[in-house]
Structures are given as C-alpha cells and as structure tokens.
Design a protein. Structure first.
Length: 228
C-alpha cells in the first residue's frame, strides 16, 4: 500500500504555526500531507515530545523541516525519513541553540525583555531582522503573528542527535539578518546536502514556491528510493 508523503513543519522562537500558512498551501496543493505543531510548551524537551507524538501517529516516517530554533527540536526526533534545516540550528551532542548562536547573535538586537520574564521581538524591528525580503503587507502580517516567548527553550540540549544517522538538507538563507549566514554555512557542514536561497530568515513567507520546491524534490527523491 502506498502512502502520500508526510511533512512536519516546526517553527522557531516567537513564531507559531500560522507563519507557515503560505508554504502549507503550496505543499498541500501538490498532494503532500502537512502537519504544523505549536511549540512554546515550556522546554525543548516538551517541544520535541509534542512533535514526536505527531511522528508516531503517521503511517510513514515523515520529512521534517525545522526553522531556526526548530532545528534543535527536530534534531531530537526519532523515526524521521529526512531532516530539512531552514536557517536553523544543527546542534551536536551537548550543544544548544543558545550556545551555537552565542551572545552576539544578530537577532539579539531585536529582542525585548518583558516584565513577566518573557521576551518579544520588537514590532518596529521584526521585518528588518526576520522578514526583510517580504513585501510590506506580508511583513506586517508576519510581524502581527509573533508571540511572547517563555525563557529557557533556546538553552535546551537535544537528547538525541538525529542528523548523525538520518539524511539531511540545510537551506542556507544568504540574506539572513537574524542568524548569521556564516554560522549557517558552518552548521550546513553537518548535513548531507546544502541548498542556498537568496532570502532573509523566513523564506516560507517570502519565497514559499522556492522552499516548497526543495521539499517536494526531497519527497520525490525519497519516493524513488522506496520504489527502486
């Protein structure tokens, strides 16, 4: 019995599933099953467990895409077919996103610390750092979806390192102003394949057709391997 390809999209800090709406529409139009869990569950371990529960319920091992912090989440998963990291952290054993990004992470200049202990992306800086290649209307839409972030998630360390035994693709965003392209280039060395997009930090919003083509090609290549 053949199954449709299944893809899980995992968002980053301050983001939510709706940020993937444009990419989700592209993939579903081509018959791909898409699942977009909501994170912000208190810790990296809890976020990973939430995504793992979706993986476990699917009839086939999925392709999993992690954006930014979402790469730390997807690195800790089991029973996945292929990992796609989009401007994302690719932690090794004992590493966290915060450690990889360092105190000089570009996005830090846009982070606002709130009285309740959460952090937010300052609205006036969101487009500059996260959506620089989006239209004004798309940038405003995406900025309006951002949510406060509880502390600690970025300091979490994955309990397993899936990319050591699962094929992976790194999508480097060459105009990124949130996660250094130079750091992305280093982390991409840990992956099986590298794709470079002339995009800012969020190509799932600004370039959903291009990013969708990367995902669709991955699904086609995996299907060919299965039937050969």
């Amino acid at each position: 019995m053949s199954h449709r390809p299944e893809v899980i999209l995992v968002h980053g800090l301050w983001h939510q599933p709706a940020h993937f709406d444009r990419l989700t529409a592209v993939l579903r139009a081509h018959g791909i099953g898409v699942h977009v869990p909501r994170l912000h569950r208190g810790s990296l371990a809890n976020d990973t467990a939430a995504v793992q529960s979706i993986v476990a319920a699917l009839p086939v091992a999925p392709v999993v895409l992690g954006h930014s912090y979402g790469g730390s989440v997807t690195t800790g998963l089991d029973r996945v077919r292929h990992l796609i990291y989009v401007a994302a952290f690719v932690p090794a054993a004992g590493e966290s996103g915060a450690l990889l990004g360092g105190t000089g992470a570009l996005v830090n200049d846009a982070v606002r610390r709130n009285a309740d202990g959460t952090t937010s992306i300052a609205t006036e800086h969101a487009r500059e750092f996260l959506y620089a290649d989006c239209t004004d209307s798309l940038g405003a839409w995406a900025s309006g979806l951002l949510v406060p972030q509880q502390p600690g998630h970025g300091r979490g360390v994955p309990q397993r390192v899936a990319w050591t035994n699962v094929e992976s693709t790194y999508v480097k965003c060459e105009q990124d102003r949130a996660l250094s392209p130079a750091l992305q280039e280093q982390m991409a060395l840990r992956c099986t394949h590298v794709v470079r997009l002339p995009s800012s930090h969020s190509p799932f919003i600004s370039q959903p057709l291009r990013l969708g083509a990367v995902i669709r090609k991955t699904c086609r290549d995996l299907a060919a391997l299965t039937t050969s």
